[in-house]
Design a protein around this ligand. Sequence first.
Ligand code: AMP
Length: 188
Amino acid sequence: MNIVLFGPPGAGKGTQAALLKERLGLAHFSTGEEFRRHIANNTVLGQQIRGIVESGALVPDEIVLAVVRAALEAEDYRRGCIFDGFPRTLQQAHALDELLAQLGRTVDAVVTIEVPEDELVRRMLSRGRSDDTEAVIRERLRVYREQTAPVLEYYARQGKLHTVDGNAPIEDVYSSLAELIIPLTATS
Ligand code: AMP
């Protein structure tokens, strides 16, 4: 079972993925967390991407795909994964399909968490991450609309796209997600 949690920055993907992974017994892979770890540890990769992440732009696809490829080779990911914050471009979505196909697997479901933009800004300002200043938040939302939102159409055409209202308390969003996803895992 491979699930993509989709949605704009601040929608709650990371929070919900952490809750769902327990319930579903799947691994959780967040490209954003992976990048923040590299930046905090000042690795070669971290040094390469720090400025990009801090500006709110997207890390180049080749770098993103290298970390995803490495993750999928790890034992933890054999039983399936919840992807959080990936794919964010059409090229990444195509590449994910190819990577999974090589393992005889596919993206089973994509769930997008919808939240109005003023609420996203409010939430991001309150979480206080170093890339969460107002100017950077605006840039990340612009990048989402321009580069990431088109990926929704790609999954919608394949009949894999589901939508959940994310403008609600964490427990309620979790219930909606679980109600949607648990029946899918039972049939796969
Ligand atoms: P996130 O924690 O998902 O909001 O990601 C934080 C930052 O990491 C983003 O603003 C991007 O700079 C970078 N990032 C995370 N995931 C991706 C991705 N799939 N493609 C490109 N850049 C990414």
